[in-house]
Ligand binder design. Structure first.
Ligand code: ATP
Length: 900
């Protein structure tokens, strides 16, 4: 194929210059895509493809009008593509084109989503156990910029957790990271980010440091305390240079460098965030998450902040008490709270608008939204000042924080400058009020006068020439014209010069009109140019106040988030928790914040302190163990957000981390066995939790053979109680573990009660002290529709087991000629026993402890037929096998065991 020339050739050579996935090239009034790019956008965005021939070949082509590019860009970028935009500019001999910006998921300023949009860079130095990372997160749509250095044994896990928390849309892996398959896989697992290779030298320490200083100034870098953290600096520098390189101009809005991770936040690993369903449920939806339940914010910035609070609860008591006092004041000042929310409801996203001003994409409407939103702060301030309960609260300082004077003068300037309902294009004039600029006023006056002259021309002509059907109008092809009805064309004077004949009328022009038309066109152009220039200056002045806008935006967002917490507390009768330094958690009549919304909830107490640090929670299946434990975690978390909590009263000893291990739902898809995941999570908890942490373990050990499971759960309990000393809730169906309550200090049993009368089980949902030894698993199997014969047979077996107080494995005796062999695990003694009546042998573990019980030497020998049945039994996936097949299996096994 010959090489394409002309416009296609130009496109292809520009495309070869960039590493973007797609190129949009301006051709006059359109942005065009050619070749593979045309096919891609046609497929993704449903554009029509046409063919463009060049040098004997035909190329697919698709295009969008100039002014419509943004939504298409957004759509492509949201699908993870990086899009280069080439613009056309005039030259002495025609025009040329060059790539002016690259729009990527992490640098798209005009996002439509409410959520934060982080661009991250990750660098690593060190290796093995001495792994060190630097990480930076920038949200160019709001100007947020966070950096952190991570080191120590758990640095990799912490890094993955941070990535999960910030959930970046684009990640720039540093030079070493991009060669680390394992880490890259974990990043892909934990985020939906596009991974982009950014120039390696942007990560170089010297260059990165220079970039960071240029952006934030040397003093800031020193003050924030990252000057010595090379990893953090390298990551920060790489992010900044990438934003700059994409040419989006958003860098100007990134004004504040914030370091995080130095112990101000409660550790919430990625698993825990998911398990507690903070922002998404385990099934991936948002409905039914904690955030969806408690979010009553009225602005997107308020919602974003509240979500951030949930994802990053605080450890600082001062900060939490400040938020609590504000929420408390708002719960008590009902009318003022609702009025405040109404005021806020009129606001727009100032942080986002600041970024749009800085990147030059804000239009006149955006600047009016800036003005309108700036005006809300003084309104909120007046309301707070007039309401004594609020005036004494920390709300006053939230409002005091931004520079209100400058805010007011910027708002006044915008108000004086722009007309009420400006057009969305900024090049055609019509944006400014009279009195804003003298030169513009004069142009406007002349423009308006010329238009006025034309507006009255028809009357003059009608009068002078006695024509009734005469009108003056304008269109694109003919410009201004005088139109006269056919019946009266004989009355037109000589100076009327015909320009077009229509069916029923004739169009004319006259020299005077032509002159005015030229004047109007000239004035329109001058006015458009001048207004565009003035608008650019005005937008730059707004952009120069990016930091102020961010301050006001955050203050309004904070008011919104606090008012939302107060509104939820009032509607749901939540109480202000007392924050304690001691290691306790004392909840009176606590509820689960999400479940209480949809259920007649039975409240429960919870008491944990130094003498009662580890609670073993037993109770029937479905009784509410998981709910009770999550409730404890969520109450703690809400308290450390500064919120009220779903309880009559609560005293919450502040925690440094919340760790959970509950049933994993979605890990299988990622190729790890359920049990492996369970153990990795347990391992992570045992490494990370401290005596200030809250640990929730739901059925640890369940994923493997019973004895291994009990052994692991037992040993983990001992380790947590003796070594870690965290506050821990551990739900289990291994009732053997309840004996630990007597043996270890600070371990107590509680159970969720159920009532059984004549075989009918009622879940009481009440938590009481002491253990229980009943699971009612058979009852739940019945409820779930397991076939009756299986349920009945289970009941028989269960009754026998209860009589024997033993776990029994039953098989046909090979050598004993059909006699039954029984191997039992005695719940009282925690020992294995052979059935002396039939086999005459006793198999007892040497020291009686469960984890010894499975040792090879003591393994009871069974005949091969029984072994085979047991193997099959172990392998059956109960969740995957239809009940009828299960039933058939059971019959088959019975037959085999009966020696048939
Ligand atoms: N205190 C309560 N009041 C009302 N309903 C509750 C309460 N606690 C739990 N429930 C409801 O009971 C059901 C079972 O709760 P949960 O999953 O916590 O039980 P579980 O004991 O952990 O079960 P399993 O042992 O089978 O995992 C849930 O649907 C929950 O909504």
């Amino acid at each position: 194929m010959t090489e394409a020339t002309g416009i296609v050739g130009e496109f292809l050579s520009l495309k070869a210059e960039t590493d973007a996935d797609v190129l949009a090239m301006q051709c006059g009034d359109f942005y065009e895509f050619f070749d593979e790019d045309a096919e891609l956008v046609a497929e993704e965005l449903d554009l029509t493809i046409s063919q463009k021939s060049s040098h004997g070949s035909s190329y697919p082509m698709a295009g969008v009008p100039l002014d419509d590019l943004t939504p298409y860009l957004k759509a492509l970028v949201e699908r993870g593509y990086r899009v280069a935009v080439a613009d056309q500019y005039e030259t002495a001999d025609g025009h040329a084109r060059e790539i002016t910006r690259i729009v990527t998921p992490g640098t798209l300023v005009e996002t439509g989503a409410d959520d934060a949009q982080y661009l991250a860079a990750v660098v690593s130095d060190g290796s093995g156990s001495d792994e060190r990372y630097g990480v930076a997160f920038a949200d160019v749509t709001t100007g947020q910029f966070f950096v952190s250095g991570l080191d120590g044994a758990d640095a990799t896990a912490e890094l993955v957790t941070e990535l999960y928390k910030f959930d970046p849309v684009e990640v720039l892996p540093g030079p070493t990271v991009r060669t680390d398959d394992v880490l890259l896989d974990r990043i892909r697992e934990r985020t939906d980010a596009t991974l982009t290779l950014h120039a390696a030298d942007a990560f170089a320490p010297g260059r990165a440091r220079h970039t960071v200083r240029e952006q934030f100034g040397e003093e800031t870098v020193d003050a924030v305390g990252i000057a010595d953290d090379e990893g953090a600096i390298r990551a920060a520098g790489a992010v900044l240079s990438y934003v700059e390189e994409t040419g989006q101009g958003a860098l100007a809005a990134v004004t504040r460098l914030q370091q995080y991770g130095s112990g101000d936040h409660v550790d919430l690993d990625a698993t825990t965030q998911r398990n507690l369903e903070l922002t998404e449920t385990m099934h991936g939806g948002t409905d039914g998450s904690l955030f969806a339940t408690i979010d009553h914010t009225v602005t997107s910035a308020g919602g974003r902040l509240l979500k951030e609070w949930l994802q990053r609860p605080r450890r600082s008591r001062t900060e939490l008490e400040r938020r609590q006092s504000a929420v408390a004041a708002l719960t008590e000042a009902a009318m003022a709270r609702e009025e405040l929310r109404e005021i806020l409801d009129g606001g727009y996203d100032l942080e986002r608008l600041a970024s749009r001003a800085a990147s030059g994409s804000a239009d006149a409407g955006d600047l009016l939204r800036v003005q309108g939103t700036l005006d809300l702060l003084p309104q909120a301030a007046d309301l707070v000042a007039e309401t004594p309960r609020l005036a004494d609260s920390p709300l006053a300082s939230v409002i005091e924080q931004p520079d209100r004077e400058t805010g007011a003068s910027l708002a006044a300037e915008l108000d004086e400058a722009l007309v009420e309902d400006p057009p969305s294009t900024v090049t055609q004039g019509g944006l400014f009020r009279l009195g804003y600029d003298e030169e513009l006023d004069e142009l406007i006056e002349r423009h308006e006068a010329a238009k006025e002259w034309i507006a009255t021309l028809d009357d003059r002509e009608k009068r002078e020439h006695g024509i009734t059907h005469l009108q003056v109008d304008r269109n694109k092809t003919d410009g201004y014209y005088i139109q006269v009805g056919k019946s009266e064309t004989d009355k037109v004077p000589d100076e009327y010069e015909p320009i077009k004949t229509l069916k029923n009328s004739e169009r004319y022009t006259i020299p005077e009109l032509e002159e005015r038309e030229r004047e109007i066109l000239r004035l329109e152009e001058q006015r458009g140019d001048l207004e565009y220039e003035l608008f650019g200056e005005l937008r730059e002045r707004v952009a120069a106040h990016a930091e102020l806008l961010q301050d006001v935006g955050r203050a309004l967002a904070e008011l919104d988030a606090l008012a939302s917490l107060a509104a939820h507390a009032v509607r749901n009768d939540w109480a202000r928790p007392e924050l304690a330094e001691s290691r306790e958690l004392d909840v009176r009549q606590g509820r689960h914040p999400v479940v209480e919304q949809t259920t007649e909830f039975v409240p429960n107490d919870l008491r944990m302190d130094d003498d009662r640090r580890f609670l073993i929670v037993t109770g029937p299946n479905m009784s509410g163990k998981s709910t009770y434990m999550r409730q404890a975690a969520l109450i703690t978390l809400l308290a450390q957000v500064g919120s009220f909590v779903p309880a009559d009263a609560a005293r919450v000893g502040l925690v440094d981390g919340i760790y959970t291990r509950v049933g994993a739902l979605d890990e299988l898809a990622q190729g790890r066995s359920t049990f492996m995941v369970e153990m990795q999570e347990l391992s992570n908890i045992l490494h990370s939790a401290s005596d200030d942490s809250l640990v929730i373990l739901d059925e640890v050990g369940r994923g493997t053979a019973t004895y291994d499971g009990i052994s692991i759960a037992w040993a983990a309990t001992e380790y947590i109680v003796n070594e870690i000393r965290s506050r821990t809730l551990f739900a289990t169906h291994y009732h053997e573990l309840t004996t630990l309550g007597d043996e270890l200090p600070s371990v107590e049993n509680v159970h969720v009660a159920a009532d059984e009368t004549d075989g009918d089980v009622t879940f009481l949902r009440t938590v009481r002290d002491g253990p229980t030894d009943r699971s009612y698993g058979v009852h739940v199997a019945d409820l779930a529709g397991v076939p009756e014969p299986v349920v009945d047979r289970s009941r028989d077996v269960l009754d026998r087991l209860r009589e024997d107080e033993a776990i029994e494995v039953r098989g046909s005796g090979g050598s004993e000629g059909g006699d039954t062999t029984q191997v039992v695990f005695d719940l009282d003694s925690g020992q294995f026993k052979g059935d002396e009546q039939t086999s005459g042998e006793t198999r007892v573990a040497t020291d009686g402890s469960p984890n010894q019980a499975t040792s090879e030497d003591d393994d009871p020998r069974l005949d091969p037929a029984t072994e085979a049945v047991l193997d099959e039994l172990r392998d059956v996936d109960v969740n995957e096998t239809p009940p009828v097949e299960l039933l058939a299996k059971v019959q088959e096994w019975q037959a085999e065991l009966d020696g048939e």
